[in-house]
Design a protein around this ligand. Structure first.
Ligand code: ADP
Ligand code: MG
Length: 292
């Protein structure tokens, strides 16, 4: 199998600049201005209608790191039971911040996160894991000095008795992990580590998992492998919210997608409709899309 720069330990750019060329004038022209002066690019009515029976939703989420600076400026998102939802958008749009805000890792300053009708805004990560929410961060998502098996044990530390049963489930999805359970995670390739990280997040039997750029830094062949695995996870009954820099590939596999730009929803539709929307292609899928 050909190995990419990440596998050789070289630095890889997170995003192809060509892929996410943003024409700010076009974004502004497409925006509508709300009475309060805030700019929104999306009518909320479709969100409000669609999110009614959602498993998880966030409404008008405002969040940031530094006092007085909001990174999310009113994000809406929902995921239905069994859905695979993708989030794409330029670097710095706030995609990771959105996942972290939903997972209690960034302070939410406004808006709401709801799981099965229960307000979970601001709950801490361990409480969310208990409620069936899983999160795989983009980086540092495994314990390198621990074995694969120990990493998976960490996933179930709140309820260690479940280890055996859940290990079976994860091994069913990722047989290679079971075969190599005594190997240290630090000695694995990038693609294998990603499987360990996803496996760990699946140990508490989540109903929904958030994945932050699972294919980042992997060779094309391993990226494909990751996308296939994500679909398997989803087909096994786990709802998925996936942030991806590999936008076109993400839209190919997701049921619905969101384009995030400057902390706001820019577009949302089915993955196929987004991938074929001329504006989305022009603004967010760039020259690579035209060369297709
Ligand atoms: P994306 O995932 O879409 O590339 P991020 O959510 O990582 O974007 O970042 C959105 C913005 O938030 C960027 O301007 C980034 O500099 C800022 N940001 C991200 N993480 C932090 C942090 N820990 N502290 C302060 N600012 C941050
Ligand atoms: Mg990010």
């Amino acid at each position: 199998m050909s190995r990419g720069p990440a596998d050789r330990g070289e630095a890889v750019p997170q995003t192809d600049p060509e892929l996410f060329h943003v024409d700010q004038d076009a974004v502004a022209a497409d925006a509508t201005t709300r009475a309060d002066g805030a700019t929104a690019t999306l009518d909320r009515s479709a969100h409000l209608a669609g999110a009614q029976t959602a498993l998880l939703r966030c409404d008008e989420l405002v969040a940031g790191y530094v006092p007085g600076v909001n990174i999310l400026n009113g994000c809406d998102l929902f995921v239905n039971e069994g859905e695979l939802v993708g989030i794409i958008g330029p670097n710095g749009a706030g995609k990771s911040t959105l996942l972290k805000a939903m997972f209690g890792l960034v302070t939410v300053r406004g808006g709401k996160v709801t799981l099965r009708g229960e307000d979970i805004t601001g709950l801490k990560a361990h409480a969310l894991v208990r409620k069936g929410v899983g999160f795989v961060p983009q980086t540092e998502n495994v314990f390198p000095s621990l074995t694969i098996e120990e990493n998976l044990q960490m996933g179930v530390y709140q309820d260690p008795r479940r280890f055996r049963e859940r290990f079976e489930f994860v091994a069913g999805l990722f047989p290679a992990l079971a075969d190599r359970r005594r190997q240290r995670a630090g000695s694995l390739s990038g693609g294998e580590r990603q499987m360990v990280a996803m496996g760990r997040a699946l140990m508490m039997e989540p109903s929904v998992i958030f994945l932050d750029e699972p294919s980042a830094g992997l060779s094309p062949a391993l990226q494909d492998e990751v996308f296939i695995r994500v679909r398997h996870i989803n087909r096994a009954g786990v709802s998925v919210v996936m942030v991806e820099q590999n936008a076109r590939r993400c839209l190919q596999i997701c049921d619905r997608g969101y384009v995030l730009d400057q902390g706001r929803n820019a577009y949302t539709a089915s993955g196929a409709d987004l991938a074929n929307d001329p504006k989305v292609v022009e603004l967010y899928l760039g020259t690579l899309a035209k060369a297709r």
